[in-house]
Design a protein around this ligand. Sequence first.
Ligand code: SF4
Length: 348
Amino acid sequence: MITRSPAVLQRAPAREADTEPLTVTPAWQTQLARAIRDPRELCRRLRLDPAWVPGAEAGHALFEVRVPEAFLTRMRPGDPADPLLRQVLPLIDEAAPAPGYVADPLAEAEHTPQRGLIHKYAGRVLLIASPACAVNCRYCFRRHFPYAENSPSRAQWERTLDYLRDDASIREAILSGGDPLAASDRQLAWLVERLGAIPHLKRLRIHTRLPVVIPDRIDGALLDWLTATRLQTVVVLHINHANEIDDAVIAACQRLQRAGATLLNQSVLLRGVNDSVDALADLSERLFEAGVLPYYLHVLDPVAGAAHFDVPDDEARERVAGLREVLPGFLVPRLVREIPGEASKTPL
Ligand code: SF4
């Protein structure tokens, strides 16, 4: 948690004020604005050898660094192999060309009928609700996504809503990004209210990393619109390592659950982060303690700049086979790959 004197203050979420001591923390917006965006500063704060700085600056030039304080405090200072740091530290490796690694590995540009709308799979559409993220993950398959071309105006949102109204086969709206929870609650409340007014829509799915990297994002204003919608809500978190889940993250998950959301997690299998049976088993156990079910374990999408994270398919299958030996079935995520043009994720 941030301990610096905050410029904007908020009380702890109202739902907990009766039962927990009053805490004063910076509002999530302030935490977001204060996220580290300088690779040199990231290295300094983590007490890395200065030899890491030139590589971090080179990687940053390709995809800017962004790390919120609440996430940074879960990393081990002085350890460049820390599994959380590895996810966010730019490296010179990102500049190395790798055959087959491309800017748009999932060919999303071919499935964008309107600005901010991706319609790849039957029955569900994906809405780019925010171009921003609270953290920039080095392996992100959208690290080259043209957000500027996919940030809809209010009028464009109306056209997107028309698209959903006109297609009765669509049952689920998925808010994605960037991170959809980086949008303001005013914007999200507006959007979710209109989605709820579309009779054939049944579910609202939110793919987000914000409850993990800034748990204070799950505040009273967010819970207000989340509880107000008639849509069944599913929040798919993105957590790759057990160390990401501290008490604040567990509390944020509990707030989401009390608001009626089903919580799932998807991870990416990443070299040097979670590519062992022990790390994956610890993650599943910790997720369940937080009330979250492991859902998907993705192999890396071949996005340019991320080849150093790759784990070959055979190794990935071995890891999941190892998980089956030590965990109950409901804690073993499905190992999948997303293949452009396929009707769903492909099990490996
Ligand atoms: S979209 Fe998700 S994975 Fe990609 S940088 Fe943002 S938070 Fe990380």
